[in-house]
Design a protein around this ligand. Structure first.
Ligand code: 8X3
Length: 251
């Protein structure tokens, strides 16, 4: 990006760790002026200082917080990365913890819709906006115990496709990035309520699970394609994961 033109802007939600933080770093490195949004102010401030971003404390499930984010961003935005989300538990459907399921729907789906709704006018105003929703392979397959998370990520995939249909004719591209097994600091730890042993067992024996930077690299690539190129869906898994239930654990 030449220094003579205005810097492009990007918003990354769930930016305080993992894929969100890595994406914010990658976009800043690529020359974007980045707004990093998440609930945890201290982590955000540290990241913002490190990469020269603007920290915006934001709970995507709180409408007032989302409207404050939109106010801070202003009238023009080039890239929105809806990354905030997560999984809780591995309950079978017949034993579902409904509070966990509600949290997963609120965060992965309604939070994403709320942020998208608030920022779409600014993306349109840029003349070449990009929305990148971080979904999951869980949005395209199902697995035992994954019902709450797979239902939420399937819903997110449906919302992404619907939005692409509805914004047809507007200068906004919409992409779903669907990662498989990504070893991050917090995803599995959150899922298992801080049980490090259970979290570690998810990646046991897998020689090289994906890391947050692998997904950030893909997001950055999608964001920087020419404005007539729409990448609908990108499914990204480690080589060891041929399918959800087919994982080479001999590493
Ligand atoms: C993470 C993939 O397999 O834990 O989004 O559902 S999985």
């Amino acid at each position: 990006m030449s220094t003579s033109e205005a810097r492009k802007t990007a918003v990354v939600t769930g930016a305080s760790s993992g894929i969100g933080a890595a994406t914010a770093r990658a976009l800043a490195e690529a020359g974007y002026s980045v707004f990093v949004a998440a609930r945890r102010a201290e982590r955000l401030e540290a990241l913002a200082a490190e990469i020269g971003a603007t920290a915006v404390q934001c709970d995507i499930t709180d409408p007032e917080s989302v409207s404050a984010l939109a106010q801070t961003v202003g009238g023009r935005l080039d890239v929105l990365v809806n990354n905030a989300g997560g999984a809780l538990g591995l309950d079978p459907v017949a034993e579902a913890n409904l509070d966990d399921w509600r949290w997963m729907y609120e965060t992965n789906v309604l939070g994403t819709v709320s942020v998208t709704k608030a920022l779409t006018p600014a993306l349109i105003a840029s003349g070449a906006g990009v929305i990148i929703n971080v979904g999951s392979t869980a949005g395209h397959i199902t697995y035992e115990g994954g019902g709450g998370y797979t239902a939420a990520k399937h819903a997110l995939a449906a919302v992404t496709e619907t939005l692409r249909l509805e914004l047809n004719g507007q200068p906004v591209r919409i992409t779903e990035i669907a990662p498989g097994m990504v070893k991050t600091e917090e995803f599995s730890l959150t899922r298992f309520a801080g049980d490090q042993g259970r979290a570690d067992s998810v990646y046991a024996g897998v020689a090289e699970p994906l890391v947050a930077e692998d997904i950030a690299d893909a997001i950055c690539w999608v964001a920087t394609r020419p404005s007539h190129v729409d990448i609908d869906l990108m499914v990204i898994k480690p080589v060891a994961q041929a399918a959800q239930h087919k994982v080479d654990r001999r590493g």
